[in-house]
Write a protein that binds this ligand. Structure first.
Ligand code: GLP
Length: 257
């Protein structure tokens, strides 16, 4: 894993945007995996800036999001399909229909989940997957105990995650949905590059487990240790419980030349 300990959100945004800019320069029809949540916002902000400056175009690109709540009203701003359009996709030049999100509004969500994996495969697979991480180590909505090889499926949210996400629902845990549809860990691991973003001390334990813990379904993000091209972009707060920091700093300095 390549672990970058960066001074602030501007630096995180800039490194994340560099990776996306390089991808689309090399492969204009690349498939981008998008994460919701607050962590990736600095990256999206910087990518939008570079798009406006004519440096990145997505007009041949496609995108898939990681997950969706089950049962939120169509126009709810926290529906991840709305969130990602409002915070990123509608500000750049993806073509109509280039964004696909897991669909919870069908009679047969299970069939929809299988169809989602198939659509990703038919698009040629995800080239670069942006990820956040939950305080309990979940990625997308794969909660502790999830099979490390899972595919896109219906899941339920732990009380911890519902408490964490209540801040987006007027602080009221009862307004946070109980179920979700999420890419599985096996699905996510098939992306050719993973870029996980985390800020703040609240994420420090999850980041320590991710980077230095044993691979375990109890900390789902630890599966990323098995990925050959995984990047972790964090600030000092999220890095504060890591042991091997000297190595990460040295490795990162060499990588950035
Ligand atoms: C949610 C999402 C995850 C996200 C996590 C962290 O539960 N399903 O994809 O990574 O929250 O969110 P945040 O980045 O806001 O801390």
């Amino acid at each position: 894993m390549k672990i970058a300990i960066l001074p602030d959100n501007d630096a995180i945004g800039s490194v994340g945007a560099d990776l996306i800019e390089k991808l689309y320069r090399d492969k204009p029809n690349a498939v981008l995996g998008l994460a919701t949540g607050s962590s990736p916002l600095p990256v999206y902000k910087e990518v939008i800036k570079r798009h406006e400056a004519g440096r990145i175009s997505f007009k041949e690109g496609r995108a898939f999001t990681l997950d969706e709540y089950v049962g939120l009203p169509e126009d709810h701003p926290e529906r991840y399909s709305n969130f990602i359009r409002n915070n990123f996709v509608s500000h750049v030049d993806f073509q109509e229909g280039a964004l696909r999100t897991p669909d919870d509004r069908t009679d047969d969500i299970e069939a929809g989940a299988a169809a989602y994996d198939k659509a990703i495969a038919e698009a040629g697979g995800v080239d670069l997957q942006i990820l956040g991480i939950g305080t309990d180590g979940h990625i997308a909505f794969n909660e502790p105990g999830e099979a490390l090889t899972s595919r896109t499926h219906i899941g339920f949210l732990t009380d911890q995650t519902r408490r964490d996400n209540a801040r987006f629902f007027d602080g009221d845990i009862d307004k946070v949905p109980t179920h979700c549809i999420t890419q599985g860990l096996g699905t996510i691991m098939e992306a050719r590059q993973l870029v996980l973003i985390a800020q703040g001390e609240g994420k420090a334990k999850a980041i320590r487990e991710l980077a230095e813990g044993a691979i375990s379904a109890f900390w789902p993000a630890t599966i990323m240790q098995m990925h050959p091209n995984a990047w972790i972009l964090i600030d000092e707060g999220a890095a504060s419980m890591l042991e091997n920091v000297d190595f990460y700093r040295e490795q990162w300095a060499k990588l950035r030349g």
